[in-house]
Design a protein around this ligand. Structure first.
Ligand SMILES: NC(=O)c1ccc[n+]([C@@H]2O[C@H](COP(=O)([O-])OP(=O)(O)OC[C@H]3O[C@@H](n4cnc5c(N)ncnc54)[C@H](OP(=O)(O)O)[C@@H]3O)[C@@H](O)[C@H]2O)c1
Length: 304
């Protein structure tokens, strides 16, 4: 099968190569999915799991990409809940070959049904950004209606989902980003927008939840804004700062079939808009994933 392969950690996305790789076999509880669209997170090639297995052994050449939408092609022994020919979307294991390929082997529990009226490109844009936002706001951040959320990177892949889901849940949302992001962040539902390069974070006053996708100095300054009992939720590693009287949580997104179903239902009924930027094919993936100018939204690779 055709697949995008990485072997050289130092080369970044420019070192990706389209190669012929063996078809994946379905292990126990696995599903082989014919990939129709694949999502990619720009930081993936910095993750140790792209390069080693769980025991730290080199697993190159590896296939990146962890989000997918496609059609079930084969089932391994003992697999329940999905059937051959079914449309699915989901989140592939960090330590296994991923979704920038014609086929991927993935555990059934990491997939959810993709309704027929949601196209594959949209389906592939949802798993990481949608689940990260959902889990950060509701599982880890325990957001309640009436609370306020500082949503960093509000025009980005995760931040745009955070902004929309928090607003729908009845929160007051202050989105942040670069000056060029103002319109998009407000359009995704932020009540206010803060240009991190120009506006002082301190002017925000107190918030109940900070959703951090940036880290560093932005995170440190944000922690000081959190009201008593509030939470700093970080998806960029262990928090470097803690609220004086609140919690600091970091987490790595996990697949959850029920949450994926909630997310895609919101896309169908118009409560949630996807944030798809560049769309390219597997043949053009290296150029699309190695942009020379600033891009916004998720890059989705379609697999014909
Ligand atoms: N732990 C987890 O489970 C998990 C899950 C998903 C994502 N993540 C991580 O979360 C981060 C964001 O992912 P994403 O897919 O949402 O990326 P993204 O689409 O690039 O969104 C990030 C947004 O934040 C903006 N931003 C970053 N630094 C900024 C700064 N100093 N000032 C103003 N704006 C800034 C970016 O603008 P620019 O493009 O101009 O920098 C972009 O608009 C990545 O580090 C990713 O690895 C973690």
């Amino acid at each position: 099968m055709k697949a995008m392969v990485v072997t050289d950690e130092a080369a970044g996305t420019a070192g990706m190569k389209l190669m012929d790789r063996p078809e994946p076999a379905a292990a126990i509880n696995d599903v082989v999915v014919q990939v129709r669209a694949s999502g990619f997170v720009p930081t993936e090639l910095e993750w140790p799991s792209t390069w080693t297995d769980r025991l730290g052994r080199d697993r190159t050449p590896s296939i990146p990409g962890h989000e997918l939408a496609g059609v079930v092609a084969a089932l391994g022994y003992g697999t329940t809940g999905v059937s051959v020919g079914q449309r699915v979307f989901g989140l592939a294991d960090w330590h296994r070959d991923g979704t920038l390929a014609e086929h991927v082997a993935i555990e059934a529990r990491n997939l959810a049904p993709l309704p027929g009226d949601v196209d594959f490109t949209v389906g592939a844009s949802l798993p990481i950004s949608g689940l990260t936002a959902w889990q950060g706001l509701f599982d880890h951040g325990r957001l309640r209606a009436g609370q306020s959320v500082l949503a960093h990177g509000a025009a980005g892949a995760v931040g745009s989902m955070v902004t929309q889901l928090a607003r729908e849940a009845g929160a007051y949302v202050i989105g942040t980003g670069r000056a060029a992001d103002r319109h998009r962040a407000l359009d995704f539902g932020a009540h206010e927008f803060l240009d991190l390069d120009a506006d002082g974070l301190e002017g925000v006053g107190g918030v109940d939840l900070v959703f951090d996708v940036i880290g560093g100095a932005v995170q440190k300054r944000s922690a000081g804004l959190i009201r008593a009992g509030g939470t700093l939720v970080s998806v960029v590693g262990p928090p470097e700062a803690r609220p004086a009287d609140g919690l600091a949580v970091d987490f790595v997104v996990e697949c959850d079939r029920g949450q994926l179903t909630e997310i895609v239902q919101r896309v169908r009924d118009g409560r949630l808009r996807t944030n798809v930027g560049t769309v390219a094919t597997l043949d053009d993936a290296v150029a699309a994933l190695t942009p020379t100018e600033r891009t916004t939204g998720k890059t989705i690779i379609q697999v014909p």
